[in-house]
Design a protein. Sequence first.
Length: 103
Amino acid sequence: MMIDREDKLPVSQQDKLLQIRRGTVYYMPRPIRKADLVLMRQFDGLHLEYPFMGQSMLIRQIKRKGIRVGRVQMRTFMQRMGINAMAPQPGTSRSAPGHKVYP
C-alpha cells in the first residue's frame, strides 16, 4: 500500500496527495464465509455446465436443489466470481453497413 501509517505526514494528508478517499485507506476486506464458498462452488459448477444461464435461471436451478438464495446475493456472487451469461449482445444480429445480401 502506498499509505505509510508510521510516516510523519498524517494519513489524511497522504490520501489527499494520492487523491484517494480516506475510507479506502481504513477498509479491511472481510473473509468470505464457508457457507458462501460452498454456494459459490455450486454456482460455478452450474455456470460451467450451462454458460448461457443468467442470474434468474441460476437461482431457479439452485432452488430446485432446496437451497434458498436471493437475487441480490446471487448478483454479488456472480460479480465476485466474474460470471456473466453468454448471450448475444445488442446489435450483433444486424448486418454491417455495406454488407451485401445474397439471395
